[in-house]
Every structure is written in C-alpha cells, then in structure tokens.
Unconditional design. Structure first.
Length: 146
C-alpha cells in the first residue's frame, strides 16, 4: 500500500514550525513602571481605542480593502494619546509610522494583523501593546507622567 516506510516519510514525524514572527518574538518580563504606564494609557485612551475599532469594523463590513487608508487618522489619535500629548498638540503627520520606527517588528506585526488581515481588536491588542512596551523600554522618562 505505501511505497515508502512510514518511519522515514510521514507527517507524524514532521515538526510543527510556527510562523517566523512568532518564533522571533521575545518574551518580555514586565516592569512595575511599564505596567502602570500601559494600564493608565489603556484606561485613559479608551475612547480612541473604541473609535479605531469602530472605524476598522465599519470598513470590514462595507468590504473596503483599504482599511489603513480610511482609519489612519483614528490610529494617529490613539498613538498621540499613548504618547501623552496634549489635545492641542495632537495633529502630527504620520506620527505613528515615524515615531515607532525603533519598534519596527511590533509595529509591522500590528499593522499586518489589524489592517491587512482585518483580525478583531482582541486578537491584535497584544501586538499594539508591544509597540508601546518597546517604546517605554527605550525611553522610560518620556512616558512617565508623575
């Protein structure tokens, strides 16, 4: 029935390889200040989270393929909120893309998850958090509001 011996050729022996981005994702041990910053940002920026989520879900329902283009402004507002900017200083052109270059892997994984693949927010939220976790670790004093 089988031309080859099953011990050499067979799916059972093949290792399951995770996606490349999952394999290279570093495990991060949270720091107390980082947890406080992310928690405060999550609570403080809830309105902007909801606005972005509603925009993306609306574009998915209408079948629009250019979700990022349509919801870019909402993403900028959320980024400005996480960056602790005053509302009067919130209009920056492409701030999200420019200011998250140091956290490129986390940013690109989030953009792919939420805008290209149109996954639900709860699936991509950890990736979004990883962007600001990375930014906090690069420069903690910039995100300290004490």
């Amino acid at each position: 029935m089988f031309k080859y011996n099953k011990t050499f050729v067979g799916v059972e022996q093949e290792p399951i390889l995770s996606h490349v981005s999952e394999r290279f994702r570093e495990s991060i041990v949270p720091v107390e200040d980082e947890i406080r910053y992310l928690g405060n940002a999550w609570n403080y920026c809830g309105y902007y989270h909801k606005e972005l989520k509603n925009c993306v879900e609306g574009e998915v329902i209408t079948g629009n393929e250019y979700i990022y283009k349509e919801c870019k402004e909402k993403l900028e507002d959320l980024h400005n909120c996480y960056s602790w900017r005053e509302p009067s200083k919130m209009k920056f052109d492409n701030a999200f893309i420019k200011e998250t270059e140091e956290c490129l892997l986390a940013r690109d994984m989030f953009l792919k998850c939420y805008f290209r693949q149109a996954e639900p927010w709860n699936v991509c939220h950890d990736l979004h958090t990883d962007i600001y976790r990375c930014k906090f670790r690069k420069n903690p004093s910039a995100f300290n509001i004490n």
